[in-house]
Unconditional design. Structure first.
Length: 401
DNA sequence: TCTGGGGTCCTAGGACCC
DNA sequence: TCTGGGGTCCTAGGACCC
């Protein structure tokens, strides 16, 4: 066992992570802003992505934009252009698919892939492989990605982080792996969050290396599957698969949430916001032709306390009217006197493809579909004349209070 | 940090059945 | 019922992610 020879026949895992992705995409349209401190998030009121120059100034993720403006007036703050990000992200995966066997769209700015050793050999080794891939992405798209190549998904994910931005890290020898694990604090491992860090620290586990070295049996007594899986992955054991070709219609939930200002304790204001959430979520569901029969919704107080409610539908629907009817009796239970609410949300769960939605005995399904058609008409009107032009009465009733 | 929005997976425990 | 053991399904909620 001592001279573990690296298995030449096994696929490797690649992780690609867009560098300051949203900002980088914006710069493809605004080359004049290159080298300047730029932040995306104008429309959300917080910094969602920062250019390296903005980070250097001290802008952090989540910082309110009003504060950025006050502290760093030289920062350029831009709104989102999601269509642009989606397009660049899609083209990135297309490029990657000519280098890799399977490609997983993990998020808008990250993907995983499986790479054949023969492919790497073809490029003359992992260094060249990564370099060619990186250059093609950069040349074609005008944005940069950090790349990580390793024996497992989690190792690849850690590898891409090591030299970000613009990183190209292959963690292939055991020595390199160990060095990387020792340099990785436990909290920086993908999948170890705020709650788990203190538990591990209490055991004297401070780095990824400590985690790998900790006796498995002891670990299993104190932690459950997610942590144990991570330990294995970091040790080089393949647990997580690359999930390519995931059907977007197999989505489990659709949610729409929004923060409003000022926060309000007025039930009709809060209800109006929920109605908008319901319309948004249902609109999205109709676009992908999914329907739900289980709705959860929440209010979030100005103290950031969440309160959830739940309602069942007797049939599958994507009609905001049906959703709101179901929610209505539960709604008052979430409210507390004088508690001010800053945001609300509606989550459609238990999604089913519209064409598979069962007809119920009383034909309510048909009723729902008919109403869906009414909503579709409304969707078209909105598309044509803008979002505010039509809505349910409940969300149109602005300015009553 | 006066702090946005959209997701997934895992687990414990209860309901129900044989 | 002063009752054993085992299985499945569902739900609430925790934890984590970008």
């Amino acid at each position: 066992m001592s001279s573990q020879k690296e298995d030449q026949s096994k696929d490797l895992f690649l992780h690609a992570d867009g560098d300051s992705f949203f900002v980088a995409c914006e710069l493809t349209r605004r080359p004049d802003l290159k080298g300047k401190p730029v932040v995306v998030g104008e429309d959300r009121g917080i910094a969602v992505a920062m250019s390296p120059e903005a980070k250097k100034l001290g802008v952090t993720r989540g910082m309110p934009t009003f504060r950025i403006k006050k502290l760093f007036p030289e920062v350029v703050i831009l709104p989102h252009h999601f269509d642009l990000y989606l397009e660049i992200s899609g083209r990135m995966r297309q490029i990657l698919s000519s280098y890799a066997r399977e490609v997983e769209e993990y998020s808008i700015d990250e993907c995983f892939a499986r790479v054949r050793p023969s492919e790497i050999k073809y490029f003359g080794g992992e260094k060249n492989f990564l370099k060619e891939l990186k250059e093609e992405i950069e040349k074609t798209l005008g944005v940069t990605y950090s790349l990580g190549l390793a024996r497992t998904k989690v190792l690849a994910k850690q590898a891409s982080k090591l030299e970000k931005p613009g990183g190209m890290v292959a963690l292939l020898s055991r020595e390199d792996e160990m060095k990387a694990l020792k340099a990785t604090p436990i909290g920086e491992i993908w999948g170890i969050g705020r709650r788990t860090v203190p538990k591990l620290t209490a055991l004297g586990v401070g780095t990824a290396y400590d985690l790998v070295r900790y006796p498995e049996g002891e670990m299993a007594k104190k932690f459950s599957r997610p942590v144990l899986d991570l330990k294995k992955e970091l040790s080089g054991e393949e647990i997580f698969e690359v999930r390519s070709n995931v059907d977007p219609r197999s989505q489990k939930s659709i949610q729409a949430t929004a923060t409003f200002r000022p926060a309000s304790a007025n039930p009709s204001v809060i209800w109006r916001e929920l109605a908008r959430n319901a319309e948004e979520a249902c609109g999205h569901a109709r676009e992908v032709r999914l329907a739900s029969n289980k709705i959860s919704f929440f209010v979030k107080s100005s103290e950031f306390k969440y309160r959830y409610g739940e309602a069942k539908l007797l049939f599958f629907s994507s009609d905001p009217g049906a959703v709101l009817n179901a929610i209505e009796p539960e709604f008052p239970k979430l409210l507390r006197k004088r508690e001010r609410i800053r945001s609300t949300g509606v989550i459609l769960q238990n999604l089913l493809r519209e064409e598979k939605a069962p007809l119920d005995l009383f034909g309510r399904q048909m009723e729902a579909l008919k109403r869906t058609r009414v909503e579709e008409t409304a969707d078209k009107i909105r598309k044509k004349f803008g979002k505010g032009s039509i809505g349910r009465a409940s969300s149109m009733r602005r300015k009553k209070d």
